[in-house]
Design a protein around this ligand. Structure first.
Ligand SMILES: *Cc1c(COP(=O)(O)O)cnc(C)c1O
Length: 218
């Protein structure tokens, strides 16, 4: 696994070079959902600090077991699970509605929670994220919440299609709405393309930890 990590970091550096970007401007989040704490510990020992989790309970358990890691919440978040994540996640990537922002603010108890707004960039039904046309209104509401700091945008492009148009559109939305510096986009299959299109955070699981048990693809 430390070899996988090294290979991913090398590819990130190469993609930055192609794009004329400083590698320090790209954060690698190792997506550790379903991975046991022992695997995460190996990655920590190999110098990886940031980890991404999709399930609130799993994030809480792992954050308690592995306080040396920095945690990112990247899954769809139900309002009643917010309390498990707030204060434990360095960054919540998936705020896509006002009610969720309000609950995060309520649970922050005076602290400031850093968040990203997830955009349903290809307007896919049944997918999380605010529709691009709904983004300005949502940003305005979230910015009115003092306990939240919106630091950028996140997306998951449609499966089985060229992700670049989605990456470009998210980049353009960030520019148009001035919503913080971060662009969380790119997974194992497409993080290099995402970096070429401006990603500041890539979320990579399989390429680091291997295929997830029970997953047929990647
Ligand atoms: C699982 C997941 C990833 C990582 O996917 P890989 O293909 O394993 O790299 C990234 N982002 C989100 C939101 C995920 O759910």
């Amino acid at each position: 696994m430390s070899e996988n990590l090294r290979a991913v970091r090398d590819r990130i550096r190469a993609a930055c070079e192609r794009a004329g970007r400083d590698p320090a401007g790209v954060l690698l989040v190792a997506v550790s959902k379903t991975r046991p704490p022992e695997s995460i510990r190996v990655a920590l020992d190999a110098g990886q600090r940031d980890f991404g989790e999709n399930y609130a309970r799993e994030l809480r358990e792992k954050a308690e077991a592995l306080p040396a890691a920095r945690w990112h919440f990247i899954g769809s978040l139900q309002t009643n699970k917010v309390k498990l994540v707030v204060g434990r996640a360095e960054l919540i990537h998936t705020v896509d509605r006002e009610a969720l922002g309000v609950e995060i603010g309520r649970r922050a108890r005076g602290a400031v929670q850093r968040v990203l707004v997830e955009v349903n960039i290809a307007r896919e039904p049944q997918k999380g994220g605010v529709m691009p046309e709904g983004l300005p209104a949502l940003l305005e509401r979230l910015r009115a919440l003092p306990a939240l700091r919106v630091e950028g945008l996140m997306c998951m492009p449609p499966l089985g299609q060229d992700p670049r148009p989605s990456f470009r559109e998210l980049h353009e939305l960030r520019t148009a709405h001035g919503c913080g510096p971060e662009l969380s986009m790119g997974m194992s299959e497409d993080y290099e393309a995402a970096i070429e299109e401006g990603a500041t955070i890539v979320r990579v699981g399989t390429a680091i930890f291997g295929a997830r048990p029970g997953s047929a693809s990647v």
